[in-house]
Design a protein around this ligand. Sequence first.
Ligand code: GDP
Ligand code: MG
Ligand code: K
Length: 274
Amino acid sequence: MNTIALVGNPNCGKTTIFNALTGTNQHVGNWPGVTVEKKEGTLKFKGEKYNIVDLPGTYSLGAYSEDEIVARDFIMKDNPDVVINMVDATNIERNLYLTTQLLEMGTKVIIALNMMDEAKSRKIDINIEKLSKELGVPVVPTVASKKEGVDKLIEEAIKLMKKDKPCEDKINYGKEVDEQIDYLKEIIENSYTDIEYPSKWVAIKLLEGDSYIQDIITKKTDSNILDIVQESIDTVAATSMEPELIIVDKRYEFIGNAVNKSVKKPKVEVTTKS
Ligand code: GDP
Ligand code: MG
Ligand code: K
């Protein structure tokens, strides 16, 4: 059975859509080793069955909480066939930060742009096609609480599942960081062939100082990988700033650019007392 994972910030409507998709065909357990709740269910769609996994709601996919680690480990180790990223259309910039990290993972991502009813009533005008083009992923508008757009979302998710390529990571980290990503990526590919994570992603995480990935990679061999990473960090920092900060900046730059081109919000009216 193919697996579809649901990922999104807290309160974006993930559980609502999970219930709409799976109905009573669901079971709740725990992720191994942690107290985080694991929800799985079965979707029946056009004669086929799909395993749906509701991942913990998170704002990021770093190593700062069990929720984040559970979500990212599932995506990278269990390799769901497609990831549905629920995005709250009324809070698009903030929600897309998670999207940038999904793109970095090199997984197949489709956005369910949820709360479209709320966005409309707040007069937030979103050009879906433009947003999709800028982000490089399919985007389907939904109102999960009314089951609107849900069939279309699943159709598009299945289409994406059948494609042989993941979504393209279009984020540009700048020349200095990109050079170090490529350099570290090659070292990882040559020396850590058994690592379960994509090498480019590991390179980014090491430049960000992700302690969870540092631990995993140093346990693999007793080589001096962390010294090499530190040299890369110092090289970038010497010409501009810490790569960790550049990477975050560039994710927001990518989001800002995509949103500028596709979203129009009403100007906030400022009333002054005379
Ligand atoms: P989760 O934290 O991502 O699992 O979010 P929930 O599924 O629990 O939804 C949070 C709240 O938003 C609930 O009260 C839902 O009924 C509501 N909700 C979900 N989808 C929509 C939607 O498309 N439009 C509106 N207006 N409310 C929604
Ligand atoms: Mg939930
Ligand atoms: K994957």
